[in-house]
Each structure stands twice: as structure tokens, then as C-alpha cells.
Design a protein around this ligand. Structure first.
Ligand SMILES: Cc1cc2nc3c(=O)[nH]c(=O)nc-3n(C[C@H](O)[C@H](O)[C@H](O)COP(=O)(O)OP(=O)(O)OC[C@H]3O[C@@H](n4cnc5c(N)ncnc54)[C@H](O)[C@@H]3O)c2cc1C
Length: 185
């Protein structure tokens, strides 16, 4: 149990804390380990090569959070983030189209464009990486929040298309007017 001032554990003494940070890791669903003949890691992720084909069966592909993918020379596997899942989806789309024509699979190379964390309705913090910033550039405050919101809308655009994203945006604006900013019940 977590209260304003304390964390209570099932098997040890309670801990007094006013600020709590949730730092739990992710784990893929257990059923992935039961798929016959596919290799998984301790996080239940399916191991894939750089074409996103599973290591033991090149006719089965996996991407996003459920896959462990390594790019050559990197110390860590591709992180379980939305931008990685998005980039992998684009690569896999090209591979599947190529395969239908008898072509070769495309190689996945992860490009880290940085991370942004939303801290409230008004602010955010994060780092941007890419050609513009020539390495890593820290951003915070309203500018970071603007990048965060733009990224969120671009993600919706990729998923739903222009028209539906426009309607979602309109709906969000209307809800901000209609709904109370305080939770009343
Ligand atoms: C609290 C939180 C905050 C995050 N913040 C960020 C962030 O700021 N930036 C960032 O880049 N990433 C962030 N992430 C990570 C990001 O959400 C994931 O990396 C991304 O969503 C992975 O996409 P995916 O398609 O692989 O998986 P998901 O988006 O998780 O999609 C998997 C889908 O499979 C469905 N599913 C699961 N099991 C089954 C089943 N047995 N049968 C059928 N369907 C099933 C699920 O319902 C889900 O819809 C965050 C994650 C969490 C939990």
C-alpha cells in the first residue's frame, strides 16, 4: 500500500517516504516463453536478429516491447520505447512487402532521437538527439512540453491518420472546457 507518507510492504517493515519513485522494469507476457521452439530471454522477450526475425525461425518476426534486438557495437539492446517500436514497424513493413516479391529482408538500425518525460500539463524534461542537436541536447520547461505534445500528436497521426487525429484533438480541447480540472468524485 502507498499512502501520502508511507510505503507498506507485504513482508517487511513499512517505510516512511513523502516522495516515491516508481522504477519497476517491464516484462513481456509469459505466454511468449511457451511458443514452441522460439528463444526468449529472462524478460520473456523473443530474441530476434537485426532483420527482426526470431533467432530460431526466420519466418516468425517480433518487434516492439516483446522483442530483444541488438544492433552491432551497442552495449545495450534496443530499448522498449515507443520510438523503437515505431521504427521497427516501418522496417518490418518494408521486409514483408519485399518478402512477398521474393526480396531480401531489411536490416533494422535503431536511431535514438532522445527521450522526453512529461512532468505535468505545463512542463516536461528530456534530451533530444539528432542531426540538429549534434549529439545530445537537454531541454526542459515549456519547450520540452511543446516537443512532447508534438510527438504525441505525430504518434496519433501515424496511428489514426489526419482526419481522425484532427477529431481527437478537437475532442481533447472540448473535454478540457467541459471537464472540471479537479476530480470531483
Ligand atoms: C507508464 C509507461 C510510460 C511510458 N512512457 C514512454 C515514453 O514516454 N516514451 C516512450 O518512447 N515509450 C514509453 N513507454 C513505452 C512504450 O509505451 C512502449 O515501448 C510501446 O508502447 C511498445 O509498443 P508495442 O507495440 O511493442 O507494445 P504495446 O504498445 O504494449 O502494444 C501491445 C498490444 O498487445 C496487446 N496484447 C497483449 N497481450 C495480448 C494477447 N495475449 N493477445 C492479444 N493482444 C495482446 C496489448 O493489449 C497491447 O495493445 C512507456 C510505457 C509505460 C508502461
Amino acid at each position: 500500500e502507498i499512502t501520502d507518507t508511507q510505503l507498506t510492504f507485504a513482508e517487511s517493515e513499512p517505510l516512511n517516504a513523502e516522495i516515491k519513485v516508481w522504477a519497476a522494469g517491464i516484462k513481456a507476457p509469459g505466454f511468449l516463453t511457451e511458443l514452441d521452439g522460439l528463444e526468449t530471454n529472462r524478460l520473456n522477450q523473443l530474441k530476434v536478429d537485426t532483420t527482426l526475425a526470431t533467432t530460431l525461425d526466420d519466418c516468425v518476426f517480433a518487434f516492439g516491447d516483446c522483442a530483444e534486438c541488438w544492433n552491432e557495437g551497442n552495449e545495450r539492446s534496443v530499448p522498449p520505447r515507443a520510438q523503437a517500436a515505431h521504427q521497427q514497424a516501418s522496417t518490418l513493413y518494408k521486409t514483408l512487402v519485399a518478402r512477398l516479391d521474393g526480396g531480401a529482408a531489411h536490416q533494422f538500425v535503431y536511431k535514438d532521437h532522445g527521450s522526453l518525460v512529461s512532468l505535468s500539463d505545463y512542463t516536461a524534461v528530456g534530451s533530444l538527439m539528432g542531426n540538429l542537436s549534434k549529439g545530445s541536447m537537454m531541454v526542459e520547461g515549456k519547450l520540452a512540453r511543446l516537443f512532447y505534445v508534438s510527438l504525441y500528436r505525430m504518434h496519433q497521426l501515424a496511428l489514426h491518420g489526419f482526419f481522425k487525429t484532427g477529431l481527437i484533438w478537437l475532442n481533447d480541447r472540448l473535454m478540457r472546457v467541459i471537464h472540471s480540472r479537479m476530480k470531483l468524485h
